[in-house]
Design a protein around this ligand. Sequence first.
Ligand SMILES: [Zn+2]
Length: 324
Amino acid sequence: MATSYKELGLVNTRGMFKKAMAGKYAIPAYNFNNMEQLQAIITACIETNSPVILQVSKGARKYANQILLKHMAMGALEIIKDAGSKIPVVLHLDHGDSYELCVSCIESGFSSVMIDGSGLKFGDNVALTKKVVEYAHKYDVTVESELGVLAGIEDEVSHEKTHYTKPEEVEEFVAKTGVDSLAISIGTSHGAYKFKVEPGQSFPELRFDILHEVEKKLPGFPIVLHGSSSVPKEYVDIINRYGGKLGHTAGVPEDQLRKATHSAVCKINIDTDGRLVVTAKIREVFASSPKEFDPRKYLGPAREELVKMYKHKNEHVLGSAGKA
Ligand SMILES: [Zn+2]
C-alpha cells in the first residue's frame, strides 16, 4: 500500500524554496546512510532552528535497506515533535537514475525526488524528467533535475570532466518538463578531490557568470548546487595524521557558497564533509584509545563532531539557521 508523505508529516520543497529565495539563504540537503548521521543532522537542525532536506541516494537505499531508511526518517520526525520543534523536513531521493526508482520512492513516502538525466542527450533528459514530473505532481511531490555534468565521484555517480550548464538551454528545459528545481554545474563537484589544486595554490572561483545567466533566463526559479562540500583541511589533517592516505584534497570554499546563497540557489548538497568528519573522529579514537572496542565509544564522538559541523554550515555558510 502506498504511503503519502503528507501522512508522515513531511513537506515538499515548494514552500521552503520560496522562503529561501526571498530570504537569501539556502536549505541544507544532507545525506544519511546510518543512525548516527541522521541523529546528528536532526540535532543540529533542531538546535539551529533550520529547515532541512534529508537526502537518500540509491546507494544509501541499498546499504541501509529502503524500509529501514523510511522508518528512520519517520523516527526523526517524531523526535523533532517530541523536542517541541517545528522545523520542516523534506525526504528527498538524491540522484534518482530511473523513472521506476522515483516512483518507488514516492510510493514509500518521499516528498521530493531528483531524476538525474544529466548524462543523457537534451531531448532524452527532457522526456525522462517530464515523465517523472507528471507522476510526482499527481501526489504533490516536487522534482529536481539537472542540466550540465559535475565532475567527481559520489556513490554510483561518476564523471571525469565538468560540463558547465548551458544557460541557453534552461528555459526550454523547465518549460517542457514542468520541473520544480534545477541542479546546475558551475564548478562544484562530487567527492573529496574537487579540483586539481597543489598545496599553496588558490581555489578556482565558481562560475557565478553562468549562475547569473541562468537566473536571468529563469527569474525566481529555484537552483540547486550539488557537490558543495568544503573538504575542511582540519579533518583531512586528522585523517592523515592517524594513518589515512588522502592526497591533495580540495573543496568549495565556504565564502563562495555563502555568496551563492544570495542568488537563486535554494538548496546546497553537502555529503563529503560528513564522511570526512566521521572518518577523522573514528581514526582519532582508534589511535588514542587502542584498547577501545565498543562501537559507541567511537561512533559517539563522530556523531558529536558531525553536529558541530552541521550547525556551522547552517549558521555560517547556508544561512538557514533560525529560518524554520
Ligand atoms: Zn550530487
